[in-house]
Design a protein around this ligand. Structure first.
Ligand code: SAH
Length: 244
């Protein structure tokens, strides 16, 4: 009888220890299926072809870059709110911007507007030299912690005004600006390599902007408009320049 009770206690303990483990596995499974679906329908379905970008977005756990109450929506076809009234872009826009940079392994990329850190993590799957600047301290600190927790050691985050770029690490092969400005900050052009690419939502900072791809050609920006987008505005120095 005593043996039977002990056996039941043992089985009970094993079951109790296994349940949380199974639910974690289940959750991972659910999110990776959602991610695969996102890649097929939202990205490949809309013409994203770069294998490096598709693989990166297949791998980054986007749900861990948003607030826990929004996790189930992380792979849906729209942007989501992060802290401080800012947003993490729609998956398609992240993919499209990343693809347009034509990044290769070993190249150096600068991001302006770290936000949640998601875009930086996507870049980190393609190259191991990712620099990202965020002007809001709370977001910079939180993104840094998220990236560290997920072992994205290739990403360096700086709390600063991205208008001025990151001189010490320049020149960059590519620059991605994930907030809207009405002009291209001149320091960013300066810190871009000859032939390098920069992508930025350009135009009115409140309504729609034109996602613009810039190629530095003979020291000057050569621009090409890709599509209309809506991004949160760039703040800081860009506004001062604007009012002068
Ligand atoms: N790329 C982010 C989303 C960016 S939202 C992601 O993957 O989650 C735009 C971000 O740009 C916001 O976090 C905002 O605080 C930041 N930002 C606005 N002006 C900036 C500036 N001058 N320098 C750096 N970051 C800026």
């Amino acid at each position: 009888m005593r043996k039977y009770v002990l056996f039941r206690v043992f089985v009970g303990i094993v079951v109790l220890l296994t349940i949380p483990f199974l639910s974690i596995c289940d959750e991972d499974d659910v999110y990776s299926r959602k991610r695969e679906m996102m890649v097929r329908t939202q990205l490949q379905g809309r013409g994203i072809k770069d294998k490096k970008v598709l693989d990166a977005m297949r791998n980054v756990p986007r749900h861990l870059f948003v607030r826990s109450n929004l996790r189930s929506k992380a792979y849906n076809d729209y942007p989501l709110e992060i802290d401080e009234g800012q947003t993490i872009s729609q998956p398609y826009i992240v993919a499209m911007m990343t693809q347009s940079l034509d990044l290769e392994k070993g190249q150096k990329v600068l991001e302006i507007g770290t936000g949640s850190g998601y875009q930086a993590a996507v870049l980190a799957h393609i190259t191991d030299q990712v620099y990202s600047i965020e002007i809001r301290e709370k977001l910079a600190k939180k993104a840094e912690a998220t990236l560290k927790k997920l072992n994205y050691d290739q990403v360096q985050v700086k709390w600063s005004d991205g208008y001025f770029g990151w001189e010490e690490n320049a020149p960059f092969d590519a620059i991605i600006v994930t907030c809207a400005a009405n002009h291209i900050p001149p320091p960013l052009i300066k810190q871009l390599k000859e032939g390098g690419k920069l992508i930025i939502p350009l135009g009115s900072t409140l309504l729609f902007q034109s996602l613009t791809l810039v190629t530095k050609t003979e020291g000057k920006p050569k621009t090409k408009q890709l599509l209309d987008v809506r991004f949160v505005p760039m703040v800081g120095e860009v506004r001062k320049e604007n009012s002068e």
